[in-house]
Every structure is written in C-alpha cells, then in structure tokens.
Design a protein around this ligand. Structure first.
Ligand code: B16
Ligand code: MG
Length: 219
C-alpha cells in the first residue's frame, strides 16, 4: 500500500448533517418543499449540482427552471452551507482519523483526498488537517462524479501513485463503487449491507488503523 485516498464527508468529518440542513432550508424557502430525512444519506457523495437536480426532481419541478436559476439555487445552498461549516474545529474530526493519518505518514504512505466537495480545502483548513495531506483532488477538474472512478484516479495521480497501489476509504455506496472502478482497494465505513462491494467494511472510523488498511490491501 503506497497511497490512501480519503473521502471527506463521513470519513474525516460529518458534514452530511450540514449539507442536509442547508438543502432543507433552500428547498423550503425557494421551492416550498419539505425534504424527507432520507435525503441526508441519499445525497452523500453526490455533487452540488446533481444534488440540486435530484431535489428538483423530487419536488416535481425539474422542468420549471432555467440552468441559470438552478445554478443560483445551488449557489444559495452553498452560502447557507458555508455558514455552517465555518464553525468546524479540530473537535469535529471523526474518531480515530488523526491517529490513522499519523500512522500512515510514519509508514511512508502518501495521503490524498478524493472528495466530491469543492469546499474540501476550506473544511480541512478548519479541522487543522490541511498539512497532513499530500494532495487534494479538485472535483472541478473531473468529468464524472461518483460512482464514476474519476475523482479517485485524480487523487492517486496527484500523489503519483498507481490506483492499484492505493486503498480508498468511503462511507457511501457510490463512493465504494468509484474506488473499485478506479482499480483501488475499497474500505467501507458503515453497514456491510449498504457497502457490500467494499473489500473490507468497518463499523465506524475508530476501527480504521494502518493494520486494517494494510490487511485489506493484501487480501
Ligand atoms: P460541495 P464527499 C460530498 O462530499 C457530499 O457527501 C455531498 O453531499 C455534497 O453534495 C458533495 O460533497 C459536494 O459538496 O457542495 O461542498 O461542493 O462525501 O465526496 O466528501
Ligand atoms: Mg462521504
């Protein structure tokens, strides 16, 4: 294992609740629609614009707005979201992650972020983790979102490691599919039922160690 490719939301920190809060407010205020709680997990790993389009579809409003209006809604959601994540601190790092990053670095493993979020650099800065990573893949540079492999391939390219020599860590089904499609080893965080395509699944981030990742890689 020469590289580890990290998803952000749900692996390094839990931003899904802030995404949901911002999307719910946007949907209520601009579309007069109440989003069901299931959207919190359904939008995991899905890009901002794809999320917006899914919400419009749910509301039965997909043909009602121009591209410019849809973009404006997505931008308004991001402003609400930025307000939430500006409060993030080191205390919001998920359990076990700081230890894992130290262990991996001590073993000479390169670390890269493969998040769909354009806010990833800002979030890592807020968490005090920006310097721990060798690279952050830019989602604006890739053609297809998860479950396509693009962002994981880009994250591996950024650290100059072949995806086959990397382990990817994900909490979303679309993300696990993306890791496998990139040719890397997939470690899932969450329920085995949702993440059945992963090579190894752990229940939560506190179970992520160098040994678990190395074992998944050697499997
Ligand atoms: P932004 P991940 C994803 O992060 C989130 O899970 C998803 O809900 C969000 O819409 C997407 O990032 C885009 O985020 O609006 O900040 O660019 O799980 O890929 O780390
Ligand atoms: Mg995620």
């Amino acid at each position: 294992m020469q590289g580890v490719l990290f998803d952000l939301d749900g692996v390094i920190t839990d931003t899904a609740k802030f995404h949901f809060k911002a999307w719910s407010r946007l949907a209520k205020e601009k579309l007069n629609v109440e989003l069901p709680k299931s959207f919190e997990s359904d939008l995991k790993g899905i890009s901002r614009l794809d999320s917006m389009n899914r919400i419009l579809k749910f509301a039965g409003l997909e043909a009602q707005y121009s591209d410019a209006e849809v973009n404006q809604f997505a931008q308004a959601k991001n402003e609400l979201y930025l307000n939430e994540i500006s409060k993030l601190t080191q205390a919001d790092i998920l359990p076990g992650i700081e230890n894992l990053l130290d262990e991996l670095a001590a073993n000479g493993v390169k670390l890269s972020v493969a998040s769909a979020s354009k806010n990833a650099p800002f979030i890592l800065e807020k968490l005090g983790l920006r310097q721990q990573f060798d690279a952050i893949a830019n989602p604006a540079k890739v053609n297809h979102g998860k479950p396509a492999p693009d962002i994981f391939i880009e994250a591996a390219n950024q650290i100059h490691v072949d995806p086959e020599q990397c382990v990817g860590i994900e909490d979303a089904k679309a993300g696990v599919e993306a890791i496998k499609a990139a040719g890397a080893t997939a470690v899932g965080v969450g329920s085995t039922m949702d993440l059945n395509e992963a090579d190894v699944v752990v229940a939560d981030t506190s179970k992520l160690t160098y040994a678990v990742l190395e074992e998944a890689f050697e499997k």
